[in-house]
Design a protein around this ligand. Structure first.
Ligand SMILES: [Zn+2]
Length: 101
């Protein structure tokens, strides 16, 4: 089982249990890494679906990587990159809206 690294624009194939390829994962801060893994495991325990907090952490990780990559290239993220890095946030918002009475 494999999927593509979640970093915007990365096409590296990685095992399902990983969120990003080692190169991009190393750009995510340690707190976000820890939290993302904890939420991933919680989601597996609950019902095999990511938790709401997982989406928030995923969003944070994708934003961090995008910012680091763009500042290394001395450029601003494009609209399409910002859109792709914001996908997890939009899913979280939809789920939050759906779960409130
Ligand atoms: Zn990657």
């Amino acid at each position: 089982m494999s999927h593509t690294c979640h970093a915007v624009g990365c096409t590296t194939q990685i095992a399902k249990k990983f969120f990003m390829c080692p190169h991009h994962w190393s750009m995510v801060d340690k707190d976000t890494q820890r939290s993302l893994y904890a939420e991933y495991k919680q989601g597996l325990r609950d019902n095999n679906h990511p938790t709401l907090a997982w989406y928030e952490d995923a969003h944070e990780a994708m934003q961090q990587v995008l910012q680091i990559e763009c500042s290394a290239d001395h450029r601003e993220p494009t609209e399409s990159e910002k859109y792709r890095a914001g996908i997890c946030k939009r899913i979280a918002q939809r789920r939050q809206a759906g779960s409130s009475p």
